[in-house]
Design a protein around this ligand. Structure first.
Ligand SMILES: [Zn+2]
Length: 503
């Protein structure tokens, strides 16, 4: 049994400035050929959760299969990808498939919310090219993010798609296992699954929900009960990355069953339930000043998190807002605050001046000029770093030349491009522990909650501007159909949009 393993993992924010280039894929640790097999076989963990690539690898090996590397392209969420990155990857993938035919299967890890300068459906393009190259009989199984844009092109070309059941994503490894196990059952046991996909005309910002709390927790529990009782083989709930302006997809439910009628019935039922929840996804927001005041008065000993999700680099925003330090300076607050910002020019200036120097500069808003204005800061350069930082588990992140600037009692980590923005490790690798501060800025949607839970539960979503703002009506969507919620609020009758491939 010979199975090709590969992946393309990038989440796009159409409204983020600039483009995603090869450099971002390199810096995030993309791996091709033998390097990918080493990565898949090693103990590398992404975002503190064992990755799906390793899960699929392990399942294939456990089943006695031979693994062929298809390469794994991975990048931090960001702006639209330059199309040649996708084209080159597809060409390399198809070449590898053709050199290794016949293949029994292709197991992939796809984020599912990519977009390039020429394609609205890169994952659809990938699986179509794979299907054409590998033939009708090979099994294609995919593990994907809960924030995928699951298009009919994608569904119709593959046998199995499994999405994360959790947000914050803490079941990435388990999702890879689900996809691989079902793919292997088709190959080894002759399982014939029916995979129904129902697309839902709805966009919900990821800052508005988690799977740990209602209303979404109930739907996830219901899906799991259907799998446990044997009604379904698997299910996935997809809430498409909300800042993806594409004409296809939307939110979706996938239900997989040996019984076609049950796949259709439960996919439609769960889609209706998800759409009916749309008004319940709404979070109270606080002004930056309010949160600073709350942190100043806080005597719990736990840090207050100012959740600047609108500038979340996990949601593709540029991470270059300086609004919080600006308000701290204007309010003359002596609060002990900790924050990070992307500003390559300021980081380079710190390197030029050297540790211990005083610095006066404009900080932030270098990329997001249309959203922010910079903060005028006077501070001290506490330290400079090359930005290649250990994230543990033999994994390194390249954030580019970086520095620490102290302004009043605030510590600012300045990077070319920060990583792990929802994880306290980003601060710890520079020598600062969020638990030691009164106010900690976290630029992430909901993913950070799992990582910060051991430190604090004092989390305040901020009413800030950004490429990942929860106010979707403030963006100039041009491709998403106007019939989608929240642009309109029409009746929705669930129906199967696409069926998965059967061999
Ligand atoms: Zn996600």
């Amino acid at each position: 049994m010979k199975i090709l393993l590969g992946g393309f993992h990038q989440e796009i924010n159409t409204f983020a400035p600039g483009t995603t280039t090869y450099e971002q894929f390199r810096a995030a640790g993309s791996a091709m050929g033998e390097d990918m097999l080493r990565l898949a076989a090693s103990n590398v963990r992404y975002f503190d959760s064992r990755d799906a690539l390793r899960a699929e690898y392990q399942e294939i090996v456990k089943a006695g299969g031979e693994v062929v590397s298809g390469g794994y392209m991975l990048a931090q969420a960001g702006a639209i990808i330059e199309d040649h990155v996708l084209k080159d990857y597809i060409k390399a993938l198809v070449d590898t498939i053709e050199r290794n035919l016949p293949l029994d299967g292709v197991f992939l890890v796809l984020h599912g919310a990519a977009q390039t300068t020429a394609s609205e459906d890169p994952e659809g393009d990938i699986v179509k090219a794979v299907r054409d190259a590998v033939g009708e009989r090979a099994v294609i199984a995919v593990a994907s993010d809960l924030h995928s844009d699951v298009t009919p092109k994608w569904v119709e070309n593959v046998n199995i798609i499994c999405g994360y059941h959790t947000y914050p994503h803490v079941d990435i490894f388990e999702t890879g296992c689900r996809a691989a196990k079902l793919g292997l059952r088709i190959l080894k046991e002759g399982l014939v699954p029916h995979m129904a996909c129902v697309n839902i005309p709805m966009l919900i910002p990821p800052s508005e929900y988690t799977t740990n709390t209602p209303p979404l927790s109930g739907l996830m529990q219901y899906g799991k009960s259907l799998v446990e009782s044997g009604e379904l083989l698997d299910f996935s709930v997809y809430l498409m990355q909300a800042w993806l302006d594409v004409g296809t997809g939307g939110s979706a439910i996938i239900a997989i069953s040996e019984d076609k009628g049950k796949a259709e019935k439960y996919a439609c039922e769960m889609a209706a339930r998800l759409y009916a929840m749309r008004y319940e996804f709404k979070k109270k927001l606080y002004s930056v000043d309010e949160i600073i005041r709350i942190a100043e008065r806080n005597t719990s000993g736990k840090p207050v998190i100012l959740n600047d999700f609108a500038d979340s680099s996990n949601a593709g925003a540029a991470g270059d807002s300086a609004e919080v330090i600006k308000r701290i300076i204007e309010l003359k607050s002596d609060i002990r605050a900790l924050m990070y910002i992307n500003d390559a020019e300021a980081a380079d200036l710190c390197h030029k001046l050297g540790a211990g120097s005083t610095i006066t500069t404009e900080l932030g808003a270098k990329k997001s000029k249309n959203l922010y204005t910079p903060a005028r800061i006077n501070g001290v350069v506490k330290a400079v770093f090359d930005g290649i930082m250990s994230m543990g588990h033999d994994h390194w992140a390249d954030m580019g030349p970086s520095a620490v600037i102290e302004v009043r009692n605030t510590i600012i980590i300045v990077c070319h491009e920060h990583r792990y923005n929802g994880n306290p490790r980003l601060y710890r690798c520079f020598g600062y522990d969020p638990a030691d501060f009164d106010l900690v800025v976290v630029k992430a949607c909901s993913s950070f909650r799992a990582f910060y839970a051991p430190i604090t539960d004092l989390i305040y979503p901020a009413a800030t501007k950004g490429s990942a703002s929860s106010d979707l009506l403030s963006f100039n969507f041009t491709r998403v159909p106007r019939s989608f919620y929240p642009f309109s609020d029409s009746e929705f009758t669930p129906a199967v949009s696409a069926w998965g491939r059967q061999n």
